[in-house]
Design a protein around this ligand. Structure first.
Ligand SMILES: [Zn+2]
Length: 461
């Protein structure tokens, strides 16, 4: 049950990183949550004499931050972790498409539960699933994924993906794993009509999300952009991930991925793209000019040897940047809080070296940056009065973190921190490292069973 507006929850005596516009922090402060909204944030204890306080939490030894926002994932991949571990993107996709083409509704539901559970127990309060594999007769995959997300209590965007460029049309996926252009568009529109909540406090939203330049026809890209704008929803896809994709676009379209996507109507402040690794200065300027957002996925980019996205240059140009886990077939950890650390470390391996990203910038990418690329920064992504109470209380007083000089540094540079409490819209979803609305052990068993069933169906297990 969501708390009513009259009920208050107080957290005090903790360090607070608000991630507001000024990066305001308190060494010891409080947050008052009224119903689903943050009523006040500030230094010292909560104001005296508050009425209807149903819960008061002593946050001693903790850091309070906004909830993490995961901007790119493929939940179904939870069932194909640890496969094709030593391949680049295209070879990895070719190895896995035939397996993914065998998923059904139960598998999609269970995989979504696994992916969500892993993230939510690690401080994610808003999640995105970019789902683009819709085999014929697989059942209601969209409904299954949305049901799984609702069951964990997380705020959720389903990026309804699609592929219509099979092998016989010069694409990368096998023909049996793709939809027709008309089917993909009709099903995407139906998903928006059935599930999208346009309100600022929405728990479920839909984005229009054809998969990538090498698995989707030009016509599907163009008509997807038209559909999203007609419906007033956001657009998402993969872009500029690898040198192989760049080569594909130059050979097939005579231009790089950013110019190609722009030519189909795909730059704008209602668009965010995953990866954006291989971008030159003019690509970055085009993103900045149009307000196009980026989902930076450092672990997946490293796992697939894709390269290092130019995050410091994107940020300097004013491009909105959030973080993404990416699918767990290319990032087996499936955690977002470790991506804060990996974003910082990976970017320091690039030309900007030690000035590439700091701890506070990394935290901003994982919170406010993610909220911005999802178009929701007016309601989530920072701890400020009037915003939704999506927040995380990280335990910082144990062996792993207690001796690190400052709590934000400890969170980003240190080991993954345990979550003592996370709230979505004022409602607890994780407490003392355990999910409150999902049986983690049951999910682990179900995902193992469904992974085996998928392997058998695909003839590899
Ligand atoms: Zn991806």
């Amino acid at each position: 049950m969501a708390p009513t507006a009259a009920q208050r929850l107080v957290i005090e005596n903790c360090a607070i990183a608000t991630v507001d516009a000024r990066d305001t922090e308190y060494a010891s402060g409080h947050v008052v949550v009224a119903g689903d909204t943050i009523e006040s944030v500030g230094p010292g204890p909560a104001p005296a004499g508050l009425a209807a306080v149903t819960r008061r939490i002593d946050g001693g030894g903790h850091l309070l931050t906004p909830g993490l926002v995961n901007t790119h994932h493929h939940f179904y991949q939870w069932l194909t972790r640890g496969m094709a571990t030593d391949r680049n993107l295209f070879d990895w996709l070719v190895a896995l498409y035939p397996v993914w083409g065998r998923i059904d509704e139960q598998m999609a539901y269970t995989a979504a539960q696994g992916s969500l559970a892993m993230m939510v127990r690690g401080g994610v309060t808003t999640a995105v699933d970019h789902h683009y594999v819709y085999p014929k007769d697989a059942g209601d995959l969209t409904g299954a994924i949305i049901r799984a997300a609702a069951g964990t209590g997380v705020r959720f965007t389903l990026a309804r993906g699609s592929m219509d460029l099979g092998e016989s049309d010069g694409g990368l996926p096998p023909d049996f794993a793709v939809e027709s252009l008309d089917d993909a568009l009709a099903a995407t529109e139906a998903a928006v009509d059935t599930h999208h909540d346009p309100s600022p406090d929405a728990m479920t939203q839909i984005a229009v999300a054809p998969c990538s330049p090498f698995s989707v026809s030009t016509e599907l890209l163009r008509r997807s952009a038209e559909l999203a704008r007609r419906k007033g929803v956001r657009l998402h896809t993969h872009g500029s991930e690898t040198v192989e994709e760049e080569k594909f676009c130059h050979e097939k379209f005579g231009m790089g991925p950013t110019d190609y996507l722009r030519s189909t109507g795909w730059l704008g402040d209602d668009v965010w793209m995953a990866h954006c690794v291989h971008m030159d200065d003019s690509d970055i300027a085009a993103f900045a000019r149009t307000g196009t957002g980026v989902a930076h996925c450092p672990s997946s980019n490293a796992r697939l040897a894709a390269g290092i996205a130019r995050v410091p240059d994107l940020l300097a140009a004013g491009v909105p940047v959030g973080l993404g886990v990416d699918g767990t077939a290319s990032n087996e950890s499936g955690e977002l809080h470790t991506e804060l650390r990996n974003a910082l470390l990976v970017n320091r391996l690039g030309p900007h070296r030690e000035r590439a990203l700091g701890a506070r910038q990394a935290l901003r990418l994982g919170t406010h940056g993610g909220a911005t690329v999802l178009g929701r920064a007016d309601r989530i992504g920072s701890l400020e009065p009037g915003k939704l109470a999506d927040l995380v209380l990280w335990k910082m007083d144990t062996l792993a973190h207690a001796s690190i000089a400052d709590p934000v540094t400890a969170l980003v540079f240190g080991a993954p921190a345990p979550v003592t409490l996370s709230l979505v819209g004022g409602r607890p979803v994780t407490e003392h490292g355990r999910l409150l609305h999902v049986d983690e052990d049951a999910v682990a068993r179900a995902t193992r069973d469904e992974a085996r069933r998928l392997a058998r169906r695909a003839g590899i297990g």
